[in-house]
Design a protein around this ligand. Structure first.
Ligand SMILES: *[C@@H]1O[C@H](CO)[C@@H](O)[C@H](O)[C@H]1NC(C)=O
Ligand SMILES: *[C@@H]1O[C@H](CO)[C@@H](O)[C@H](O)[C@H]1NC(C)=O
Ligand SMILES: *[C@@H]1O[C@H](CO)[C@@H](O)[C@H](O)[C@H]1NC(C)=O
Ligand SMILES: *[C@@H]1O[C@H](CO)[C@@H](O)[C@H](O)[C@H]1NC(C)=O
Ligand SMILES: *[C@@H]1O[C@H](CO)[C@@H](O)[C@H](O)[C@H]1NC(C)=O
Ligand SMILES: *[C@@H]1O[C@H](CO)[C@@H](O)[C@H](O)[C@H]1NC(C)=O
Ligand SMILES: *[C@@H]1O[C@H](CO)[C@@H](O)[C@H](O)[C@H]1NC(C)=O
Ligand SMILES: *[C@@H]1O[C@H](CO)[C@@H](O)[C@H](O)[C@H]1NC(C)=O
Length: 510
């Protein structure tokens, strides 16, 4: 693979200590010419010093529901550019002061902007959204995106998105629609944890802005961290949930290292933490609002690959559904594109669960949690009732969209509440059938103590996976508006997951 870095300098004249010095912004464009592939993400391989990262927090149905007092709307960004003194132009007198001036960071989003919450106006906010917590967050994300946006070809991009989700649901509060339709209070429902009123709260979000650290001030470091246990006295306290994402990079060298920690608690036993590359405009996976993200090109099956290095340090216990890859898209059951109508749009997810403790619920004697058929990499199709040849162990589970009218029996519908629209989920496990796509073939591959650089043919795999469509309809073009990596600790208190991600990239044909 041939990788060329072309760096352009952007000159800016500053008056500093009444001496004119010129600064340049280090902006590098990564041109990846591997077999005619180019990067679909703005920050190819996570190598750009001037980081763009944001965080968002969701409740059970991917909304805000209620803001945490004094925290603002749960959308926060850390975006900056790096400047360095340089001689005014080549051939001029060597300027000793220039060499003494260190690198400096110019942040694009202020603390005040990050703390924006309902009731506070900002440029572009629609009047009707000012007291609507859900719409406010959407518009704040778009606003932060405008601050962070990087111009690029073929499209501008904004940031990596860290996503948090609290799985608690107060069924009596009726905050979540059912398959996209309004629904009333009900309960009790043991499917959802909830300690009582207010259990769907957003987390505290603390932010250490990126700064230059180390003896030579050449190490970039920053973080987001917090807890859902709003009243916990310390984050090391037992029964207190915790998350943190720290990022670190040496100036001009290598990849950003994203270090993640997620801990569940008694009150918050079901939590999620992902690093997402989302669409830069339009909808992204699981979301019926415009988002901002990293995908300057939306990858389309069967032609794209995802590369990254993953080091799982702590697994998060037996119920940590660690997603080596989580892809999200949306199309209607008739194969048409989604348009934001939550009763007919259907979110489609597929996930490879890396945790070797995750069992297969798809079984020969109980096929309801299996997809109707499996397609091998050679194209041959095997029905799930073919108990000799169907690879049951390759599937954790399949669940069908709640609004599908012709779903093969027997079947199980997906949770109707955890998404703003109906959803379909296909979860796969390490197995030899996925080997041709570069996916793990044995349980334990790439797990704790086995850090790995993956090159996944997600495009080809996602083209071959089963997804529901009404009979006789034209197959949907599978465009993946969210490509994510992270864990969902499912109803298991006091578990800790910890992992790092580096060198993330998505490659599409030129
Ligand atoms: C500046 O000084 C350094 C060493 O002090 C030297 O290597 C370099 O060639 C000089 N550059 C110019 C433009 O004079
Ligand atoms: C700081 O810079 C000096 C001189 O370039 C180098 O020898 C040293 O290893 C650097 N220290 C760190 C912590 O990077
Ligand atoms: C945030 O910064 C403070 C002060 O520098 C430091 O003590 C703390 O460990 C940092 N927290 C995280 C999660 O990075
Ligand atoms: C944690 O919660 C459990 C159940 O609510 C309780 O039995 C235990 O004493 C708690 N531990 C601490 C250290 O608070
Ligand atoms: C927290 O729980 C662990 C394991 O149960 C125990 O070893 C530790 O002492 C507890 N810490 C506190 C502060 O209660
Ligand atoms: C959504 O689609 C349904 C079914 O086609 C239709 O009845 C409804 O009016 C649509 N809703 C909106 C807001 O367009
Ligand atoms: C395709 O692969 C499957 C699984 O390896 C095998 O059973 C089947 O015979 C192959 N079909 C063809 C047409 O090669
Ligand atoms: C398996 O399912 C297919 C499609 O529904 C059906 O045609 C076939 O008869 C079934 N075979 C058995 C053994 O049940």
């Amino acid at each position: 693979m041939a990788q060329h870095e072309t760096c352009s300098s952007w000159l800016l004249v500053l008056s500093l200590l009444s001496i004119i010095v010129s600064f340049y912004r280090v902006s590098c464009v990564n041109l990846d010419h591997e077999n005619g592939y180019i990067s679909a993400v703005g920050d190819s391989g996570m190598r750009r010093d001037g980081l763009r990262v944001a965080i968002e927090a969701w409740n059970q149905c991917n909304e805000v529901g209620e803001e945490v007092p004094k925290m603002g709307s749960p959308r926060v960004a850390d975006c900056f550019d790096v400047y360095k003194a340089s001689p005014k132009s080549q051939g001029e007198n060597n300027c000793s002061l220039c060499n003494a001036i260190p690198y400096m960071l110019v942040h694009r989003v202020t603390e005040e902007e990050n703390r924006l919450g309902i009731g506070k106006s900002f440029l572009g906010l629609e009047k009707k959204a000012i007291l609507d917590v859900n719409h406010y967050a959407v518009q704040k994300e778009v606003y932060l995106g405008s601050k962070c946006q990087v111009e690029d070809k073929p499209n501008p991009w904004q940031f990596w998105m860290i996503m948090l989700k609290n799985g608690n649901m107060d069924t009596y509060a009726a905050k979540c629609p059912k398959n996209g339709l309004l629904s009333g209070p009900y309960g009790p429902d043991n499917n959802f944890p909830c300690f009582g009123k207010g259990c769907m709260n957003q987390p505290l979000i603390f932010h250490n802005y990126t700064t230059l650290q180390g003896a030579n001030r050449t190490t970039l470091k920053g973080s987001f961290y917090g807890t859902w246990d709003l009243h916990s006295k310390s984050r090391t306290e037992n029964n207190s949930s915790f998350y943190s994402v720290k990022w670190k990079k040496e100036l001009g060298k290598g990849s950003w290292i994203f270090h993640h920690v997620l801990k569940t608690s008694n009150k918050y036993p079901w939590l999620m933490l992902y690093l997402r590359s989302d669409a830069t405009f339009g909808f992204s996976g699981g979301y019926h609002y415009p988002t901002r993200g990293m995908l300057k090109i939306i990858p389309e099956s069967p032609n794209f690959k995802v590369k990254f290095t993953l080091n799982v340090i702590k697994g998060g216990g037996p119920n940590s559904q660690f997603y080596l890859m989580d892809i999200g898209s949306c199309w209607k059951n008739n194969g048409k594109l989604c348009d934001g109508n939550v009763t007919t749009d259907v979110t489609r997810y597929s996930e490879m669960i890396l945790n070797p403790e995750t069992p297969s619920w798809c079984k020969p004697d109980s096929p309801k949690l299996c997809p109707p058929y499996h397609i091998f990499s050679n194209g041959s199709r095997i029905h799930r009732n073919d108990t000799i040849r169907f690879p049951y162990e390759a599937y954790h589970m399949y669940c069908a969209p709640g609004n599908g009218e012709y779903i093969e029996e027997p079947n199980v519908h997906c949770d109707p509440y955890s998404n703003p629209q109906p959803q379909e989920i296909l979860q796969i496990l390490p197995h030899p059938v996925w080997g041709d796509y570069g996916y793990p073939t044995r349980k334990g591959d790439g797990w704790i103590g086995d850090p790995k650089t993956w090159e996944l043919d997600v495009g080809k795999l996602s083209q071959s996976l089963y997804f529901y469509q009404d009979p006789g309809t034209t197959p949907a073009i599978r465009k993946w508006t969210s490509i994510n990596l992270g864990t969902e600790i499912y109803k298991d208190p006091n578990q800790v997951a910890e992992w790092t991600v580096t060198d993330f990239d998505i490659l599409v044909p030129k």
